[in-house]
Design a protein around this ligand. Structure first.
Ligand code: ADP
Length: 542
């Protein structure tokens, strides 16, 4: 028998139907819900695992409109995946927060969280309550963080001796596409950060580092420019292309006659009237140019465009100009050169001008149409631009992301110079410590502690697997060597050099980042283990 659909009426008497959504939802509760979430997370974990480490693979991500992104960066890969399960989306968010907080280790954090969930599964099957597992993980995480402090080293560097900083930046770039020019890229990243860093306050303002890309040239042509680079050119071919001791007017008002806001009509019925109108327009332009000249400016950056007449007048007045400069770039120029952004010509005064030692147009390509504006020797700050060149947009985008990661590593070291060795060395050391500790815990958390230690092993295992080494054998060898030599610096020798000491390889990460990785992963795993009820739309009938 067909069910009657109830019809309701709104205050205007229009009928409407209420669909009982609840009937159409599927509900999973208890352990089944947790297991379903873990399975979804494991799918993500297994996908991203292969791109971990110096020999990790890249992923080609194709969007709905056919755009291709090739990346090795955990956050970028997860960002481009269409993830439906809520718990799995938490892993995507986890990678994002790692990127925002630390800037590196975005794959590692997902590997750790995924492997913790994998280890939690048999414990749930054994009948241990998920909250007890989560508590055990948290306890283990705290102990691991404390233990890492005891085995950490310090990376000593000063403003005059920045060479030690090149090592972690190079190591960070080693798994990326740009690694062929890793040393040069690492140098650029470190120098860019140190140019804008405040070493006394141990802080870096990334707003003063601009990363600009331009298709063409080779990756090794990438350079660090002391100043700002704008993807713009001087508006008239006959204007000066090189301005020394630049006094810059930064304008947000257009170089054109004002238009009445209401509808208007101008009737011109004689040549004289036309001449008069044209003259008025010319006078108006003249006045605008005059006001800029009077302020003492010798370069104009304008947020808006201006027509040929204004452009010609500016050229005649020997006033080089740049049009259509984006709002963000305008702000950067203002910040770096000490200019004030001026919304009206009448407000322009000499104090509101920005200053730079040299502004010049740089041309690329054979046609000469590919120009950029370089603003060097800015008055206010040490703003710098990393100018990346490369064969195509895809490569440039990945290079940009990789350089950002290397800059974050350098910034983290400026904040706190304690380091911990990579290549899975820290994980193996913590794993040994936690499993030793587990034996002394008399409560049920003991199982969770052991599971945490096993989960940490996933990092060296993944590194070995991705480098083509036998995973279990390699892990056993590293563990045995660490115990035998009491050396927490031994890790997976991904490059097969015959030496497991990560200090000699220069493979290390900041203690800050590593601790954050453990804390964030444990937090998210706890959240996922606490979800015991899933309401979702029922699958459509086939
Ligand atoms: P993430 O996005 O998490 O930084 P990566 O793909 O960059 O992931 O891989 C980083 C991992 O690779 C770290 O655990 C690091 O210690 C390790 N690693 C990097 N270079 C080497 C190397 N030469 N030998 C061994 N391990 C390395």
């Amino acid at each position: 028998m067909q069910q009657q659909v109830p019809v309701f009426y709104d205050e205007y008497g229009n009928p409407f139907i209420v669909l009982r959504e609840q009937d159409k939802k599927q509900r999973i509760t208890g352990v089944e819900a947790i297991k379903e979430n873990i399975q979804a997370c494991l799918y993500l974990y297994n996908t991203i695992r292969t791109s971990f480490g110096p020999k990790g693979m890249d992923k080609a991500l194709v969007s709905k409109d056919g755009d291709v992104t090739v990346s090795n960066d955990g956050r970028t890969i997860l960002d481009h995946m269409e993830v439906e399960n809520q718990a799995a989306r938490m892993l995507v968010e986890l990678s994002k927060s790692m990127d925002d907080e630390v800037g590196d280790g975005t794959t590692g954090v997902v590997i750790l969280a995924g492997s913790l969930l994998e280890q939690a599964l048999p414990l749930i099957n054994k009948g241990i309550h998920p909250i007890r597992i989560a508590d055990g993980f948290e306890m283990a995480c705290q102990h691991a963080c404390q233990y890492m402090e005891t085995i950490s080293d310090r990376l000593e560097f000063t403003k005059d001796n920045i060479a030690p900083l090149y090592v972690p930046a190079t190591s960070c770039l080693s798994s990326k596409i740009v690694n062929r020019h890793g040393t040069k890229m690492a140098r650029i990243a470190v120098e860019a950060v140190l140019d804008v860093a405040d070493l006394d306050r141990r802080d870096v303002n990334f707003d003063h580092i601009k990363i600009e890309t331009k298709v063409g040239g080779r990756l090794e042509d990438t350079e660090l420019v002391q100043g700002l680079m704008l993807d713009k050119g001087i508006s008239h071919p006959q204007m000066r292309k090189e301005i020394r001791d630049a006094r810059i007017a930064v304008l947000t008002c257009p170089f054109e006659c004002p238009k009445p806001k209401t509808k208007y009509k101008v009737e011109i019925d004689s040549a004289a009237k036309y001449q008069q109108l044209a003259q008025q327009e010319r006078d108006y332009f003249h006045r605008m140019v005059q006001l800029v000249k009077q302020s003492g400016a010798n370069l104009v950056l304008c947020q808006w465009g201006f027509d040929d007449e204004a452009n010609h007048l500016l050229m005649q007045a020997d006033l080089p100009a740049v049009r259509w400069v984006g709002g963000l770039e305008l702000e950067l120029v203002a910040m770096a050169t000490g200019a004030r952004i001026v919304p009206r010509f009448e407000d322009l005064t000499p104090e509101k001008l920005g200053h730079a030692a040299l502004v010049r147009e740089v041309n690329f390509g054979t046609s000469g149409k590919e120009e950029m504006l370089s603003i060097e020797g800015c008055a206010n700050t040490q703003a710098v631009t990393v100018f990346i060149r490369g064969g195509n947009k895809m490569l440039l985008e990945e290079a940009k992301r990789s350089l950002h990661d290397a800059m974050c590593v350098t910034r983290n070291l400026i904040r706190d110079n304690r380091i911990i060795y990579g290549g899975g060395a820290a994980e193996v050391a913590c794993s040994l410590h936690i499993s030793h500790m587990a034996d002394q815990v008399g409560t049920i958390e003991q199982y969770a502690l052991r599971a945490f230690a096993d989960a940490l092993d996933a990092v060296p295992v993944a590194l070995a697997e991705n480098s083509g080494l036998p995973p279990i054998e390699t892990l056993a060898r590293v563990k045995a060597a660490q115990v035998r030599e009491h050396n927490p610096r031994l890790g997976v020798d991904c490059m097969e050099t015959g030496n497991m000491d990560m200090r000699t390889h220069g493979v290390f990460e900041t203690l800050l980042a590593k601790k954050e990785q453990y804390l964030l992963a444990t937090q998210v795993v706890r959240m996922i283990l606490k979800i015991d009820d899933i309401l979702k739309p029922a699958p459509a009938p086939a």
